[in-house]
Design a protein around this ligand. Structure first.
Ligand code: F6R
Length: 604
């Protein structure tokens, strides 16, 4: 999704901005642009469709300045092109704007501006902002931006330069992240800390409805109405190196390989052996309240939704609270019954996914209690929630989510154990689950050691145009997530089905050209899963099983270590992340930036 970087200080700004844009490349984009305040005070702009390196190639040798803003664009209004790339300027080239989000009333505003004589040159919604700011008769840049925002409906994270106010950058946030980076006699702004941490770890995250003015040695924050707000910088948890590739060829590979330490992190400091439970202080839910929860509804999108499905099963199994997961993108539009005895859990890696945030806001408006299960500390969903737990996966850069999925499921296991132990889960079962959780990091390492075999299998199946993924109960969300991973990163069509449903339709698809991946844990459903494989074999289907022991009915088996039955889904997903990765590699895909996708979907 779109990215913003800005800088004001004493250093040469263009290389800083280009480096910042490169750090945001992972979010997905189709064009990029930069504007600086040149030596004479003029705004100097360069834009390019395509990658940041294409923009870099266009930046002239003499492009000196110490103030600038830059952008990577992911097309919403208007196709990817040089003209539609940000920044956008008014006709007198006084104002330059970069913008993330969507201006809902852009067509009305365009019509109004054209009637007033403005000449709009792009197809974007953003361009209206530059014209509106330029047309404001207010005296200060802050007031001009405020005036413009008064006419605007929609979401924005934006940064503005003005030729007449060369000593400042003005930024504003409503529904799209804006983070200020506080340096020594220099200030940064970005839509994502990833673009800042190489320079400063002191940050201020703007709230919705907040604006800020950045000068080289000073910043201040205030509401869109103009009243001052207090902004104490916090320190970003992660070093700049955590955002680097660390010797791997892709972020996806790096992040798959980091899972043992990531899981160790989500467990660290939370296990309470004495009472065979876990401490989750951030939930803000005491034992009495936890006992009073009648239902749990988990909301998330994509991979986070799948993690939520496994989470719902864990909570039902360990805490015996009826639970289910639903895509937040659906939930928010169906006027769901909001029940006071239901606890709502919002799941998100980025903590900024618009559909999840909108669902949280709707639930809060209706008086529900919402807890966040989030990776990015201080993100919008974390802040909007009444409490929650961080999943501590560390920065996830690849568009395709892997380590955060695993850590989110482990976080759900902790939550399920915690809720179980204030209800009816026995001490013995609590100890059993804790022992299982502690085994995970080592077992993940064992799974990762099988990578050469998985690579061989992925290459073997890479010619398949379509694949079927089946699992039953605990295995079904694993199958769904594995199918999503394969299609996202390799573009191979993949369909997930409950193995129990095969006879009710999907068996018709089975033939040698449509291989099946079967999730076959050693649990009480093992024989049922074997019977499903038998049915597939009888129709000449090829089978790759992920199981705890070699499967006779399968053509190939990836054997993973056995844990407690309830925790098996955590390990069974990991080899299939590697399978998707190696399929994509065999097919020559752009692994970290799959086509048409963006890392955090901050628009509808
Ligand atoms: C899949 C993927 C997406 C995200 C989804 C939600 O690999 O990355 O499906 O899971 O867009 O994103 P978050 O978790 O940031 O809310």
């Amino acid at each position: 999704m779109c990215g913003i970087v800005g800088y004001i200080g004493r250093r040469d700004v263009a290389p800083l901005l280009l480096e910042g844009l490169q750090r945001l490349e992972y979010r997905g984009y189709d064009s990029a642009g930069v504007v600086i305040t040149g030596k004479t005070g003029d705004l100097r702009v360069v834009k390019a469709k395509g990658r940041v390196r294409e923009l870099q190639a266009r930046v002239p040798k003499r492009f000196a300045g110490t103030t600038g803003i830059a952008h990577t664009r992911w097309a919403t209004h208007g196709k990817p092109s040089d003209l539609n790339a940000h920044p956008h300027l008014d006709n007198d080239e006084k104002v330059a704007v970069v913008h993330n989000g969507i201006i809902d009333n852009a067509s009305e505003l365009r019509a109004r501006l054209v009637a007033e004589g403005a000449e709009l040159v792009s197809e974007t919604d953003t361009e209206v902002l530059a014209h509106l700011i330029a047309r404001s008769a207010a005296e200060t840049l802050e007031q001009k931006v405020r005036d413009a925002l008064r006419s605007v409906e929609g979401t924005y994270g934006l940064a503005v330069l003005h030729r007449d106010f060369p000593d400042r950058i003005v930024v504003a946030r409503n529904g799209s992240p804006v983070v200020l980076g506080i340096g020594e006699k220099e200030m940064f702004v970005a839509s994502d800390v990833a673009a800042l941490v190489a320079h400063t770890r002191q940050v201020v995250t703007l709230e919705d409805g907040e604006m800020a003015t950045l000068k080289a040695d000073d910043f201040r924050t205030y509401t869109t109405e103009g009243s001052r707000t207090s902004a104490t910088p916090t320190t970003v948890e992660w070093e700049a190196e955590s955002y680097d590739m660390g010797g791997h060829d892709t972020y996806m590979h790096k992040e798959i390989c980091e899972q043992a330490e990531a899981v160790d992190r989500v467990l660290r400091g939370r296990i309470d052996d004495r009472f065979a439970t876990v401490r989750l202080d951030g939930l803000n839910l005491d034992a009495r309240e936890a006992r009073g929860v009648r239902r749990i509804k988990i909301l998330g999108c994509g991979t986070s939704y799948h993690a939520g499905q496994i989470g719902a099963q864990l909570i039902e199994e360990l805490a015996r609270i009826p639970s289910d997961a639903e895509p937040a993108s659906e939930f928010r539009y169906r006027n769901a019954v909001v029940d006071p005895d239901t606890l709502y859990l919002a799941v998100s890696q980025s903590g900024e996914t618009y559909d999840v945030l909108a669902a949280v806001q709707e639930l809060k408006r209706k008086g529900a209690r919402v807890l966040g299960v989030v990776n990015v500390v201080g993100s919008a969903i974390a802040r909007e929630s009444d409490g929650g737990m961080y999943v501590h996966a560390g920065p996830e850069v690849c568009v395709v989510s892997t380590k955060c999925f695993t850590n989110t499921v482990v976080a759900f296991a902790l939550l399920a154990l915690h809720l179980g132990r204030v209800r009816d889960l026995s001490v013995a079962d609590g100890r059993r689950i804790i022992a299982g959780l502690r085994k995970l990091p080592e077992q993940i390492e064992q799974v990762l050691k099988t990578e050469p075999d998985i690579k061989r299998l992925a290459t073997h199946f890479a010619d398949a145009r379509s694949m079927l993924f089946v699992g039953r109960v605990r295995g079904y969300p694993v199958a769904r997530e594995a199918a999503l991973k394969l299609k996202e990163v390799s573009y191979v069509h993949a369909e997930a089905y409950p193995a129990s449903e095969l006879k009710h339709g999907p068996l018709a698809l089975v033939e040698p050209a449509m291989p099946t991946v079967a999730i076959v844990p050693d649990d009480d459903l093992l024989e049922k899963n074997r019977a499903a494989m038998e049915e597939i074999k009888a129709r000449s289907g090829r089978i790759l099983a992920v199981a705890h022991q070699e499967q006779e009915k399968a053509d190939h088996t990836i054997v993973v270590p056995k844990n407690e039955d309830e925790l098996d889904p955590i390990l069974m997903g990991i080899p299939l992340q590697l399978f998707a990765y190696h399929t994509a590699l065999a097919l020559g895909r752009d692994i970290d930036k799959p086509r048409n996708l963006a890392k955090s979907v901050t628009v509808e």
